[in-house]
Design a protein around this ligand. Structure first.
Ligand SMILES: Nc1ncnc2c1ncn2[C@@H]1O[C@H](COP(=O)(O)OP(=O)(O)OP(=O)(O)O)[C@@H](O)[C@H]1O
Ligand SMILES: [Mg+2]
Length: 318
């Protein structure tokens, strides 16, 4: 068993993935396949870490009956969590519609997503969370802040949590999007994981790997010390431990790109804690992320797919 890794998942969700052959708007649709799992990016990260033999602990909020589903389904999966229950509202449901061959974008595989905002968090709830985060961070080797902020959280919420983790001398990885991203970076997390859109929202040159890697290096003075930008099927560009790197995965038939970034981050975190060098950690994370594109469900990976993909991942210095 590996180290305890604390994962904050403030906006946990019931993640529903349905597969339809052809989505008809304003008509009754009958999905061929349905998969319902507790989700939210933090839970996806925790699920993969558990598959990799680590001991993740999820900390977040739940509310209402959907919250009860999240708590009990996660328990059944064997994932440890500390839930702070909200007095009102419902944990959100996120619906991903995977289009079959007759879908509106044949061959592209991009899902249609409907993500609810989630239950509203109050100032007292946030204070409880911050206290709990500090107490649990003390027992952890790494803290991962993952996903959007639920309604009611001020934009500086992640910065405040990063400071709390630092007070206990622990490392913190960040994976979030606008509007939570920019204010969080001011607290200088140890690592930030961005995707193409998130990097573009920060004004980073996502079209040119070389320029992107240099921009990450320059940004390291102000924001996160280490940074990775994942680029879907194109792989990842990173500035890690003072090196500019790029990882390229083999071409695969992607059926579900949702959650590949979460899978990537979990794999990278695991390698980092084991002291694996950045180049190999990046290759492994790219392979695990790519493997998760092969199966439906966010954060779901067939470990047997990882080895053969890893042998085809190419990492180079930029
Ligand atoms: N179609 C694909 N083919 C091969 N690898 C992929 C594909 N999609 C994703 N990956 C792998 O997963 C990694 C992360 O993907 P991506 O950049 O889409 O993350 P993301 O947008 O943060 O995803 P999410 O936030 O939904 O978890 C990529 O770096 C790559 O290794
Ligand atoms: Mg992502």
């Amino acid at each position: 068993m590996g180290a305890l890794i604390l994962i904050l998942c403030l906006n946990a969700a019931v993640d529903k993935t349905v597969v339809v052959d052809r989505l008809r708007l304003r008509r009754l649709n009958r999905p061929g396949r349905v998969l319902t799992l507790p989700g939210g990016k933090g839970i996806n990260v925790a699920r993969v870490l558990a598959r990799l033999g680590e001991r993740p602990l999820v900390l977040g909020f739940t509310a209402g009956y959907t919250g009860v589903f999240i708590e009990s389904a996660l328990r059944e999966e064997g994932l440890a969590a500390r839930w702070l229950r909200l007095a009102a509202g419902q944990s959100r449901t996120c619906l991903a519609i995977l289009h079959g061959r007759g879908g509106p974008d044949p061959g592209r595989g991009a899902p249609t997503e409907l993500n609810e905002a989630g239950a509203v968090i109050g100032a007292r709830d946030l204070r409880r969370l911050t206290r709990e985060c500090g107490a649990l961070a003390k027992r952890s080797r790494l803290v991962i802040l993952s996903g959007s902020l639920p309604p009611g959280c001020p934009p500086g919420t992640y910065a405040r949590l990063i400071q709390e983790v630092r007070r206990h001398g622990r490392r913190v990885f960040l994976d979030t999007s606008t509007p939570a991203l920019k204010p969080a970076l001011t607290a200088r997390p140890d690592l930030v994981k961005l995707n193409r859109d998130e990097a573009a929202s920060l004004g980073l040159p996502v079209g040119r790997p070389d320029a992107l890697a240099r921009a990450l290096e320059n940004a390291a003075q102000r924001g996160a010390r280490d940074a990775i930008v994942t680029l879907g099927p194109a792989g990842a560009v990173a500035f890690l431990g003072g090196r500019r790197l790029m990882a390229e995965p083999p071409k695969v038939r992607s059926v579900s790109p949702v959650g590949c970034g979460d899978t990537f981050l979990a794999a990278f975190a695991r390698e980092t804690l084991r002291g694996i060098d950045p180049r190999r950690a990046l290759a492994f994370a790219t392979a695990v992320g790519t493997a998760s594109a092969l199966v439906p469900g966010a954060g779901v990976v067939r470990m047997a797919d990882v080895g053969p993909i890893l042998r085809k991942v190419r990492v180079k210095e930029l």
